[in-house]
Design a protein around this ligand. Sequence first.
Ligand code: UD1
Length: 421
Amino acid sequence: MQKYLIQGGSRLTGDIRVQGAKNSSLPILAATLICTGESVLHNCPDLLDTEYALKILKYLGCKCRREGGTVTVDTTAIARSEVPDRLMREMRSSIIFLGAIASRCGACRLSFPGGCEIGQRPIDLHLSALQQMGMQIEEDHGYLNCSIDGGFHGANILLSFPSVGATENVILAAVKAKGTTVITNAAREPEIVDLAGYLNRCGAKISGAGEGTITIEGVEVMQPCEYSIIPDRIVATTYLAGAAMTGGNVQLLGIDCRHLESILPIFEEAGCIVRRYNNAVSLSCDKRLLPVNLIRTMPYPGFPTDAQAPLMAMMSIAQGTTVFVENIFENRYKHAIELQRMGAHIKVEGRVAIVEGIRSLHSAEVSATDLRGGAALVLAALAAEGASEVANVHYIDRGYEQFEQQLNALGAKITRAFCGD
Ligand code: UD1
């Protein structure tokens, strides 16, 4: 078990380059299975979650290697169509392998996925969509035995909620299906557009990614390709919140500001000066943060649930009250209890959290309870006076590449230690 030791009180200043998007890398790594041969992925972040995805690919028989930010996956010698329980439990997005393995092998056996405990996270939408495309599913002692006689066929899929993972699984199943698939009420996240971008470069015929209706015309032949993954908008938001909370001035490079359009106005409303450039964004803040009207998490292009925790840490030191409404996951306020240990005034009732800003947080020993909640605690500790500890760093390692190195490059004082040190 590792923890962060953080000496708060330093302003975050300077320039850093933001890593590639975790939530693009995972489905794209799964998507490499669909083509036979070697795909080369640039800007693929080195994280626990991408390591888990590579472990699954290797278990299936792929040859994978990483050189810096470039990952090469050779899917020529697939030997298995099963993902064992120990790998499925490592992360929620392992369910993305279902559509990809089934498309490649005509069958797939896997157990129910694990991941951060932020809500129920069922997979009913994934399974019913794939069943409509010809998949037969039998449950067998916690495993799902899936088969598709003669391969997937196209279908009209109406999602009752624009689930990111379900949209990705349907796309993965549909690219080589017989006929055309239309997804109505599809998720519109930039990571969906990125997955479609990779698959189209491999020869798929996907149109409408990024819109509510996606059409996928099945093709017979696809070839692996070289592709560069988009920057991570949630990691960018985390660094911006850190700068805002410490009265800092940072510039993030390698960013697509269009992906941040539901987030940057919130920083502006809080009194930060935000400048948008072609491939960069800068933020400075030289006065106490102001509260914002209401932060409601929504499917893209709304405010992302993954940015809720970092922004809650930020609003905990604003000059007034901010109300959060979490509409995506029902159990995503665990960080609020830990922020309270640092002096934050937060009342949670169901999906609503009322954050009454205080002048400053104090240092404390706190524990990360999930990925983004953990990052929020690090931000709070950076802004607090004195020395704090954040335990359970493995949650943060799932999504942030070289987090402490990046923060230290901006002037933070943060080191990693083994618990018990
Ligand atoms: C993805 C992201 C995650 C983000 C989330 C919402 C990845 C790897 N993860 O997760 O970081 O927080 O989108 O933007 O991309 N639901 C069902 N049945 C299903 C599927 C989902 O009821 O079959 C519900 C979930 O319980 C949740 C909501 O739909 O309440 C959103 O889930 P979904 O969009 O599927 O999130 P993930 O793909 O798991």
